[in-house]
Design a protein around this ligand. Structure first.
Ligand code: F6R
Length: 240
């Protein structure tokens, strides 16, 4: 695990975007595993800047997102499909038919999980971008999620609902379930880039890097992946 500590969110975003851009430059047909949430917004902004400068193109790239809220359609501004359109896809030259986000409104969610797992196995991520939950989750693999798991529907932890309530009008509006890649789907990525910033991630960062590898801290499994880069700002690295 390579750990990079930087001063602030801005620097974390620049470093993260450099790593993602390098993958696409080396392999234009790369499969990029992407995340939503507040953490990657700055890195996506920087990727858009690189695209606008003519430094990179996403024309032949494919993307696979980690997760989606159950019950939210892609046209809902709180959905992760909408987030990706808004924060990245609509600003770059990606072929939308090559972008994948699990569907949270599939009539048969179990079938959707199987479809997504199969799709991931067929085009493994050249790089998977991850944020980190304050409870140590990656994707929406909450504490206790099995390390061998594939795409599944999960209940969100109470702390995750609280953390995500900032993006909704009322906490009651936060969906309580999500469809997420499993840990085994994340671990199949050739390379993993995890970014975390802010004080409220410091304990999860400590458990991920210094703690035992245990399903109680899903991110701790990353200690067993051969190619992981972790970029932290000073506050998130505060307990290392
Ligand atoms: C998002 C995801 C989540 C977030 C995590 C951190 O697709 O899978 O694991 O990365 O909840 O969220 P933020 O970045 O909002 O702190």
């Amino acid at each position: 695990m390579q750990i990079i500590v930087v001063e602030n969110y801005e620097e974390m975003s620049l470093r993260g975007a450099e790593i993602l851009a390098a993958v696409v430059k080396e392999k234009p047909t790369a499969t990029l595993g992407l995340a939503t949430g507040t953490t990657p917004i700055g890195a996506y902004r920087e990727l858009i800047r690189k695209y606008e400068n003519g430094e990179i193109s996403f024309r032949d790239a494919r993307t696979v997102n980690l997760d989606e809220y159950v019950g939210l359609d892609g046209s809902d501004p709180h959905s992760y499909r909408y987030f990706m359109q808004d924060q990245l896809f609509s600003h770059i030259d990606i072929d939308l038919s090559l972008t994948n986000v699990p569907s949270g409104v599939a009539a048969d969610l179990a079938a959707e999980c199987m479809r997504y797992t199969k799709m991931l196995a067929e085009c493994p991520q050249d790089i998977q971008l991850l944020g980190l939950g304050s409870d140590g989750h990656i994707g929406f693999n909450e504490p206790g999620a099995p390390f061998g798991g594939h795409t599944h529907v999960t209940d969100l932890a109470a702390s995750t609902i609280r953390d995500n309530a900032r993006l909704f009008d009322r906490i009651e509006d936060v969906p309580t379930r999500a469809i997420t890649m499993g840990i085994a789907d994340v671990m199949q990525a050739k390379k993993i880039l995890l970014m975390a910033n802010g004080k409220n991630k410091a304990e999860a960062v400590r458990a991920m890097i210094k703690g035992d590898v245990t399903e109680a801290c899903p991110a701790s499994i990353l200690q067993r992946h051969p190619d992981v880069i972790v970029i932290l700002d000073r506050e998130a690295a505060g307990l290392l």
